[in-house]
Design a protein around this ligand. Structure first.
Ligand code: ZN
Length: 285
């Protein structure tokens, strides 16, 4: 799932390429993609894109005429800018914004891979974006300045791995980058938020900043339009179960959940303890 660094680099590239572009037409081939009906999608026709930015893991595409699109990629969506328009049989197309002026690439496309149609878009008056529930309930942004009051923010009887991915607590981090952040801070994914010492909170805040900075700097070097289907995530721990920890060479352990895998270094994060693999324990019940 695209998280803060992936959405940030995409928003930067698209903003640079599309600012000022005039929308010729807007279409939503995805059956459930457009979640609003007033204003209608064709209200975008003839407007110009004034900015493309990021809020948490979402995009906001602002247009002239006081309109804005809120775009949520969910787990398998991509926002890409193409030199050619999609054919009618492209089954990945969810929303198409066709650009009329020839100085810009002709089609901004929301695509989605797999069979699920989960990615969604809302067309709203631009001044209504902040009141939209998803945006209004976002916690403070994890980047560029991780929240100063991180310790207070995380003061709950919930594991760090869950808290940091809760968009209402802190916005932008998901299942990939949380593993990298906790490993960088040498903290157990299961440590409770209300059990964080002052020093640990400082280390965690530094890790959030440095990990997300590092990912975005990496993408600045390697990501170009149209925006690749698969972004090359510069991961050290996540999805590296069974490989040696890049810092201490202990084997990285993993815990399987229904739809994701948590990875950690037992020597540095859990005092040598190997956490139960939920998948295995379910099978053994
Ligand atoms: Zn290690």
């Amino acid at each position: 799932m695209p998280e803060l660094p992936e959405v940030e680099i995409t928003a930067r590239r698209l903003d640079a390429a599309l600012r000022g572009a005039t929308i010729e037409s807007a279409m939503a081939p995805g059956i459930n993609t457009l979640k609003t009906f007033d204003p209608p999608l064709h209200a975008l026709e003839g407007t110009a894109i004034t900015s493309i930015s990021r809020r948490g893991k979402q995009f906001v595409i602002e247009c002239s005429g006081g309109l804005a699109l809120l775009v949520h990629l969910m787990s398998a969506g991509r926002l890409q800018l193409y030199d050619k328009r999609a054919g009618p049989r492209d089954r990945t197309s969810r929303l198409l914004l066709r650009i009329s002026d020839p100085t810009h690439r002709p089609e901004l496309r929301l695509r989605e891979f797999g069979t699920k149609q989960a990615a969604w878009v809302k067309l709203l008056p631009a001044d209504a974006i902040d009141d939209e529930e998803l945006i209004a309930t976002l916690g403070p942004e994890a980047w560029p300045q991780p929240p100063e009051d991180l310790q207070a923010l995380l003061n709950a009887v919930r594991p760090l791995h869950t808290l940091l991915r809760d968009q209402r607590v802190i916005a932008g981090i998901g299942r990939s980058w949380v593993d990298e952040i906790l490993w960088t801070a040498r903290l157990s994914p299961f440590k409770r938020g209300n059990d964080l010492s002052d020093d640990e909170a400082i280390a965690l805040r530094e890790a959030i900043g440095s990990v997300l900075d590092g990912a975005i700097e990496h993408y600045e070097k390697v990501i170009a339009l149209p925006i690749p289907d698969k972004l090359p995530l510069p991961l050290l721990v996540h999805r590296k179960g069974g490989e040696p920890c890049p810092r201490c060479a202990t084997t990285i352990e993993q815990v399987h959940y229904e739809d994701y895998v948590m990875c950690y270094c037992p020597a540095e994060q859990t005092q040598g303890k190997v956490l139960k693999d939920r998948r295995l324990s379910r099978l053994l019940k």
